[in-house]
Design a protein around this ligand. Structure first.
Ligand code: C2E
Ligand code: MG
Ligand code: MG
Length: 265
């Protein structure tokens, strides 16, 4: 039943793009956003990824969703550019392991960037770390090719899988997203407080930038402020909202100055 409903939903464009802001640690300014899928049923109910992504990953349907999401994001970027807005920000999209086997991922991004006339530096891909344990060479080639084409590559959920450290050692990401499990609880005791600073300096020591996910409170924000983290993401800065709401709520109010901050994060 779920499979049929998902297939129908894909056909009827019931899946929609939500955007969550990513911010600069020092200024709190928005430096980018992550595109996250939501399933908007015909009755208006919004279904979260936890209820459809695992099934889609099992069945390979995830690749249809991902390509659809990547295209929607390119379309959205195109429309922002057509509006003549100056503050185009990079958008990250998620890439699943199934995509790596089903597609030539860099080729798909090249095609979409060309079709929509989107400069590749506005595209970022987040690859969850659990995939790095697999076919090392294939993944390495993909990461290198994407970066060569100008697309920024992030390792998602760092620290949550069993191969985190080897993956950090092996693959040339631009940024590493520390899993939000390390932020939650960090204010509770010394043991939990140890991880974010230690993981941040490890990532910095191997020459990569850090994005910290899951910052929910002002106390957490203050606790990480001295760590020199490049990008922060979390409910404290904003929850995921529909792309058009994102444009209204954030982009219009930060017009100017943002474009030049883009690459410095
Ligand atoms: P992710 O890529 O690690 O995305 C971050 C998740 O953390 C999002 O959940 C976001 O809403 C949530 N989050 C962000 N800040 C906070 C915070 O401060 N506190 C808490 N508690 N949560 C926060 P979401 O949107 O439910 O997505 C869950 C996962 O589903 C994503 O994790 C990603 O792995 C997957 N996903 C979502 N959309 C797509 C997609 O289009 N394609 C693929 N392949 N995976 C997707
Ligand atoms: Mg992600
Ligand atoms: Mg993540």
């Amino acid at each position: 039943e779920l499979g049929n409903a998902i297939r129908k939903g894909l056909k009827n464009r019931e899946f929609v793009v939500f955007m969550q802001p990513k911010c600069n640690l020092n200024t709190g300014k928005i430096v980018g956003m992550e595109a996250l899928a939501r399933w908007k049923k015909t009755d208006g109910a919004i279904v979260l990824p936890g209820d459809f992504i695992p099934y889609m990953e099992e069945t390979g349907l995830i690749t249809d969703l991902d390509v659809y999401m990547w295209e929607e994001v390119c379309r959205e970027l195109r429309s922002v550019m057509d509006d003549g807005k100056e503050m185009l920000l990079p958008v990250s999209v998620n890439v699943s392991i199934a995509d790596v086997y089903a597609l030539d991922v860099p080729e798909v991004f090249r095609t979409l960037a060309e079709r929509y006339g989107v400069p590749p530096e506005y595209l970022e891909v987040e690859i969850t770390e659990s995939i790095y344990a697999r076919d090392t060479e294939r993944i390495n080639d993909m990461v290198r090719q994407l970066r060569k084409d100008g697309v920024t590559v992030l390792m998602d959920d760092f620290g949550s899988g069993y191969s985190s450290l080897l993956a950090l050692k092996r693959f040339p990401f631009d940024l590493v997203k520390i899993d939000r499990g390390f932020v939650s609880g960090m204010l509770q005791d010394k043991t939990q407080a140890a991880f974010v600073p230690a993981l941040t300096s490890l990532v910095h020591n191997v020459g990569r930038r850090v994005c910290l996910e899951g910052v929910e409170t002002m106390e957490e924000y203050e606790a990480v402020q001295k760590l020199g983290i490049e990008v922060l993401q979390g409910y404290y800065f904003g929850k995921p909202v529909p792309a058009e709401v994102f444009e209204d709520k954030y982009l219009n109010s930060i017009c100017g100055g943002v474009r030049s901050n883009r690459n410095r994060a």
